[in-house]
Design a protein around this ligand. Sequence first.
Ligand code: ATP
Length: 236
Amino acid sequence: MLEVRNLEVVYDDVMLVLRGVSLAVPPGSIVALLGANGAGKTTLLRALSGLLDVHDGEITKGSVTLDGRPIHTMRPAQIVRLGISQVMEGRRILGELTVEENLRVGGHTSSTSHLDRVYALFPVLKERRKSVSGYLSGGEQQMLAVGRALMAGPRYLLLDEPSLGLAPALVGQIRDLVLEINRQGTTVLLVEQNATMALSIAAHGYVMETGKIVMDKPAGELLADEDIKEFYLGLG
Ligand code: ATP
């Protein structure tokens, strides 16, 4: 189980951005983390992956544990080795490298089985494996970013807004892929602005507002509650 307890994060020594966040991602599940721009969702993912340092952020209180073991003091590479991989928002692929080179950068071992799994999930990446990544479409680049994270063979996949900027048809494809990745045994924490999509596949949903969790319910209940939809999810 991946667990966040009472987490407080500060940027630049002064700016309190997470104000005591607690959240649990049980093995095998899809958990959705929702909330408006600036609520602190990306910051929470950075805390889980050990990437706060790079952004002048720091955990000032609370803990992140994996199966009871504290990981919030670990380096990013160590966290990846323990089985947690993050797909960055905005894709962050290396545009001048080919598709396959990008995938191999993501794998810490030269694991052919991971590459085969990624190509089976994303046949378009196999077709384009020798193409320069910068020329892929937005949707393909997003798939490549997810594929790269899967190359580490994670038990937990952290996805930061995979549907951002994609056409509705592609959003449906990403949704199906997240479901399939989960079905194959990877636990998913899905950060999304697209609340309907995320809640349609998640077991549980958390809603964040200005650095706090304000809602924590089974996804079906969040979707069914008209007030929540209107006030927190912008679906009213
Ligand atoms: P978005 O969907 O826009 O990414 P978010 O919910 O992921 O929103 P965060 O990106 O975590 O929110 O940002 C939370 C707050 O922290 C915002 O007020 C943002 O301006 C601030 N913030 C984010 N990164 C930094 C940073 N490196 N230094 C200072 N402040 C930051």
